[in-house]
Design a protein around this ligand. Structure first.
Ligand SMILES: *Cc1c(COP(=O)(O)O)cnc(C)c1O
Length: 376
């Protein structure tokens, strides 16, 4: 079955009890035991597992070509779970351009958990090879990355990690399973913030780990979720399952709109640089064309007028709402350096766009008007 069909039908068998075609939402926290103490439906307690989430996990595993998928309360809960599943003393090697929450966790929290972390440019394979240590258990990459939309070579990094006895995790949030299949390229784990494209409507939080093998790491992550309580509510699982049905349709329009917006921005004299893998000038363009089914709905750009110009443009936009997050129907603009806390790593003149599902020409007109207004 093709991915679009899977997204509509996976985890969607009609309800056996009622014939309802859309998935039932089971809010039960507890499930009946049999007189002999066994569990007739394999379920005991909502934190451990529940029927709505089980349907979602079937669908998530199908979309990523995974042997097992786990759903968490947030993307960061999924991030924490996979890190806490590693044995004490492990080293984690992380890409240098990545989601700032992961950077904070790696820098400030891993040492408290008896793990060590270091950062490397995953576009430089010699540097990656040199940075892998005997105790490295996990190589952590993000592609496209946040906020510079860097593309890394997933297949080559998987080979490198495996040759050193480490696993490769890819944070695929910006691409979603609709545009990129890291497990098919050799990665061991894919992570998604379901809060973004999987949910797709800016109204639900969730995180996903999808595993190439149903092995000890996957089982440990399941146990971390259960024991540390990083479980999502069934309603969140239900909303994400609902979002998945339209994932491919939405992504197709996000991609078309983002390409249009990127081409417009690249032609503006006030714009110093546009970071979008769909532009032939982007350093990762050829690689993205090989390893993705589309270039995504996210882009960032830098203004010649520095931080002030970036803030003025963000303030002058009308359709693009100035807010964090991404992957919803509405377009968003964000000055990343302002939200990265005390040690921002994003350039001060950079704005990140989550290009939504409005008409592409309305988005271009909004940007054109904002560039005029903010230079006046
Ligand atoms: C948002 C995001 C996360 C964290 O997910 P939450 O659902 O906000 O906890 C992780 N990685 C990337 C790339 C993200 O965009």
């Amino acid at each position: 079955m093709r991915p679009e069909t899977l997204a509509v039908h996976a985890g969607a068998e009609p309800d056996a009890a009622t014939g309802a075609l859309s998935p039932p939402l089971h809010l039960a926290t507890t499930f009946l035991h049999a007189p002999d103490g066994s569990l007739p439906h394999g379920l005991i307690y909502q934190r451990t597992d529940n029927p709505t989430q089980q349907r979602l996990e079937v669908a998530l595993a199908a979309l990523d070509g995974a042997r097992r998928a786990l759903f968490f309360a947030t993307g960061m809960a999924a991030v924490s779970a996979v890190l806490q599943a590693l044995p004490a003393g492990s080293h984690v090697l992380l890409q240098d351009d990545l989601y700032h929450g992961v950077r904070t966790l790696a820098r400030d929290w891993l040492p408290r958990w008896g793990l060590s972390a270091s950062f490397v440019d995953c576009g430089n394979l010699d540097a990656v090879r040199a940075a892998l240590r005997p105790e490295t258990r996990l190589l952590w990459t993000e592609s496209p990355s946040n906020p510079l939309l860097r593309i890394v070579d997933i297949a080559t990094l998987a080979e490198l990690a495996h040759a050193h006895g480490a696993r490769l995790l890819v944070d695929g949030t910006f691409a979603s399973p609709a545009l990129q299949q890291p497990l098919a390229l050799g990665a061991d784990v894919v992570l998604h913030s379901a809060t973004k494209y999987l949910g797709g409507h800016s109204d639900v939080m969730g995180g996903v780990l999808a595993f190439a093998r149903d092995d000890e790491l996957a089982q440990r992550c399941f146990e971390v979720r259960n024991v540390q309580g990083a479980s999502a509510s069934p309603f969140a699982a239900w909303l994400v399952l609902r979002g998945l049905r339209s994932l491919h349709a939405r992504l197709a329009m996000h991609v078309a709109n983002a390409q249009r917006v990127a081409e417009f921005l690249a032609a503006q004299p006030a714009v110093e640089a546009v970071h979008y893998p769909g532009l032939p000038t982007h350093t990762g363009h050829a690689l993205a064309a090989r390893q993705m089914r589309g270039f995504g709905g996210m882009l960032s750009f830098q203004l010649r007028g520095g931080r002030d110009a970036a803030l003025r443009v963000a303030g002058a936009l009308r359709l693009f709402q100035n807010a964090t997050s991404l992957g919803g129907c509405e377009s968003l603009v964000e000055h990343r350096a302002s939200v990265e806390g005390a040690q921002p790593v994003s350039p001060q003149n950079l704005l990140r766009l989550s290009v939504g599902l409005e008409h592409g020409e309305d988005l271009v007109e909004d940007l054109a008007a904002a560039l005029v207004r903010s230079s006046a």
